[in-house]
Design a protein around this ligand. Structure first.
Ligand SMILES: [Zn+2]
Ligand SMILES: [Zn+2]
Length: 305
């Protein structure tokens, strides 16, 4: 009996030893694969918040912590009743609710609104989408855009505008792989209580425009003049259009889009953006240099300047 136990025991030990050996061999064979998996996993599910750097507790497709997302709030500053730019106190005193630009020369769109200011969390999410292709952040950005759209449509119960993302030039779209405005527009459409159609092919960008940074208002207008054309005239004629984009600075691009849409017979044009760089603020303000360098190179075309 004792002998049998010893035999059985040694058999068991041998089996365990072989099993451990095979496991170790498998581990060595799969190590490169595991590294690859981990690197893919860390890209898809990063362990740190990409906005503040703290560790993320949960695996999420959005690489930002709950605190950072909760800190993103709508802009609450006195704004121009047409273009939504921040009003300085001198402009407020005039009482007409217009910024200097709109008083001098009203834009072609009827009204523009943005969710928040182009800074901190909003800016961080937009940069993650545009420059690091973290496409899941289009979801929360779309939620913000939906709020701007809802604000513009308040009091327009009869309106069912087409959502028209500001197009990228085809070469820019090809190199980025997507148009961020289109992704954000689609995400917004899913979150709106009203069902609105996203008409991505309605507008086409005919040419890539040069940097708007440092140009005067007249130069900016000339720079984007005829940069777009309406590709689907029959589809937009007699309709209302809600232009959508990620960032608006001076509104020159959105105004030019509105001009050619109205030329094609569109009734009303509104412009909704996730973020507003107030007073045409330089988009190359402080931030991490890598993103900033990319942004400096890309702003003229990708943002609605
Ligand atoms: Zn964070
Ligand atoms: Zn204005």
């Amino acid at each position: 009996m004792e002998l049998l136990e010893v035999v059985f025991s040694s058999c068991e030990t041998l089996t365990r030893t072989r099993r451990d050996l095979r496991a170790r061999q498998r581990a060595v064979a799969f190590a490169p694969f595991q590294v690859l998996l981990q690197s893919i996993f860390s890209v898809l599910f990063p362990s740190d918040c990409r906005l503040c750097g703290t560790s993320l507790d949960n695996i999420s497709r959005i690489p930002a912590c709950e605190d950072c997302l909760a800190e993103i709030v709508p802009a609450r500053v006195p704004q121009c009743v047409i273009c939504g730019d921040r009003l300085a106190s001198a402009q407020l005193l005039r009482g007409d609710g217009l910024c200097a630009n709109c008083r001098d020369c009203a834009p072609e769109f009827d009204r523009a609104a943005s969710f928040g200011e182009y800074r901190e969390g909003v800016r961080g999410l937009i940069q993650l989408l545009k420059y690091e292709s973290v496409t899941p952040v289009a979801g929360p950005l779309g939620g913000m855009l939906a709020q701007a759209i809802t604000e513009l449509l308040a009091g327009c119960a009869d309106a069912t505008p087409l959502l028209v993302p500001v197009p990228l030039h085809k070469s820019r779209r090809r190199s980025r792989g997507f148009n961020q405005s289109e992704l954000i527009a689609r995400a917004a459409a899913q979150r709106l209580s009203q069902r609105l159609e996203v008409a991505c092919g309605a507008l086409v960008r005919r040419r890539d425009t040069v940097s708007q940074v440092g140009l005067t208002r007249e130069e900016r207008i000339a720079n984007v003049r005829d940069a777009f054309r309406v590709a689907d005239v029959a589809g937009v004629r007699g309709r209302d259009v809600m232009l959508v984009d990620d960032v608006m600075t001076t509104g020159t691009t959105l105004s030019e889009c509105a001009r050619i849409l109205k030329q094609a017979g569109v009734r009303r044009v509104w412009a909704a953006t996730v973020a507003r760089a107030y007073d045409g603020a330089d988009l190359r303000l402080a931030g991490d240099s890598t993103s900033e360098e990319k942004e400096a190179a890309e702003v003229p075309v990708s943002a609605s300047v």
